[in-house]
Design a protein around this ligand. Structure first.
Ligand SMILES: *Cc1c(COP(=O)(O)O)cnc(C)c1O
Length: 393
């Protein structure tokens, strides 16, 4: 089946259990799929745009209401949609960071946070994670003091991931934010792996910004995401334009420079909106997701030589496995080398593990049914047995 010459219809999640870490939380809901078809045309949400002409004021379809709902849901004061979490980082970095300014990141930060800092001319100062791969409030305090000595001033902004992309570990952002605020450093909560997955309460965490990724964690088309702010910070990041044309004397009303006026103007926004009721509901049931994750992790650990590198017990479904002592041993002498593992998974209807990887790899059990989790657990054990690996007693 083809969409057009050279473009095959994609059938991945329809045909297999997909455990790709970055795809599990972004799979569209049925409602989002319908919305995507209906709003595929360019500028499709602009039919009923009226003065004051800004995306977040449109009431038909209910875009204004969606903004209010997302803001209340995150317990923040203001929200805008953005083309991916990274564009949220960029808007915030561009507002606070000047050339040569130190910016706080962590040793587990995502590359897009680094690029946002780079784009604004800032200098990356990483809080090191400890040997359990956890970023602690103490380490944050030490790093701020170190920056203060080196630069003669504290970092102008902090990017902190609640759950990091490498281990899926959860970091104590509430206390880290408290430490940063003692030095008047604004804190951006990176919720790429949490907003739309588990409950997030911005005021309770005491953060200045909450960033979420639509296509990673809110069952939305790419590129989409949200940037939420407190009232104080919204006035800074969502400031309105003040420029005037020197010939025409034109001004541009309430358009926001950091948002380039309007952001998501079609499928991306409507997709997010269509999935939102289900996303709001699913975050209340994150326990079930952890139960499913436990079934799979226990099965992997039953294979002798396998380690889980993420914190245990798991607090998130994104998990990093070390199978150097198990599945990788087989790869050494297997005629398909490391590909035997991903091939065997594919044959059994499981996709999303990097082809050839048998040493250290990640998976995400998010969104599967219990039946699928039990099946996935059996698949890992079966592949181990078929290749003569021992099971722990
Ligand atoms: C995926 C990811 C991002 C980037 O999200 P986009 O919405 O694709 O821009 C940023 N930070 C972390 C921790 C991520 O895992």
């Amino acid at each position: 089946m083809r969409c057009a010459s050279g473009i095959e219809a994609r059938q991945v999640d329809e045909l297999a259990i997909n455990i790709d870490p970055i795809q599990a939380g972004g799979r569209l809901t049925g409602d989002a799929m319908k919305a995507v078809i209906a709003y595929g045309d360019g500028y499709s949400v602009c039919d009923n745009c009226r003065k004051p002409n800004r995306l977040d004021y449109i009431s038909k379809p209910p875009i204004a209401e969606f903004h209010k709902d997302v803001s209340a849901w995150l317990n923040m004061d203001s929200v805008r949609t953005v083309p991916g979490a990274r564009r949220g980082f960029q808007a915030v970095a561009h507002t606070y960071v000047q050339k040569g300014d130190p910016v706080l990141l962590t040793s587990l930060s995502h590359y897009t946070e680094f690029l946002a800092v780079e784009g604004a001319g800032g200098i990356a100062c990483e809080i090191p994670a400890n040997d359990q791969h956890i970023v602690t409030p103490d380490a944050a305090a030490l790093k701020i003091e170190e920056v203060k000595k080196k630069f003669g001033r504290v970092p102008v902004l902090a990017f902190i991931d609640h759950v990091d992309y490498q281990y899926g570990n959860m970091h104590d952002i509430k206390v880290i934010a408290k430490v940063c605020h003692q030095y008047d450093i604004p804190v951006l909560y990176n919720g790429a792996y949490t907003v739309g997955i588990l409950p997030v309460n911005g005021k309770e965490l005491g953060v200045d910004f909450v960033v979420g990724s639509g296509h990673k964690s809110m069952s939305s088309p790419a590129p989409s995401g949200i940037l939420a702010a407190t009232t104080e910070r919204a006035a800074e990041v969502f400031r309105t334009t003040s420029i005037t044309g020197d010939v025409t004397q034109r001004k541009f009303g309430i358009k926001e420079p950091e948002m380039m006026g309007c952001t998501l103007m079609g499928v991306t926004l409507i997709g997010m909106m269509a999935s939102f009721p289900q996303v709001k509901e699913r975050v209340k049931h994150f326990e079930r997701e952890l139960d499913n994750n436990r079934i799979v992790v226990d099965a992997l650990l039953s294979v002798e030589g396998t380690k889980i590198l993420s914190e245990m017990p798991r607090k998130h479904t994104l998990t990093r496995a070390d199978t150097i002592g198990s599945f990788d041993k087989i790869a050494e002498s297997h005629k398909k080398r490391g590909y035997y593992f991903s091939n065997a998974l594919e044959e059994k209807g499981v996709t999303g593990v990097i082809p050839g990887a048998t040493k250290i790899w990640k998976f995400n059990t998010y969104g599967m049914t219990k039946k699928q989790a039990v099946y996935l657990a059996e698949v890992f054990v079966e592949i181990a047995q078929e290749n003569g690996l021992l099971l722990r007693a």
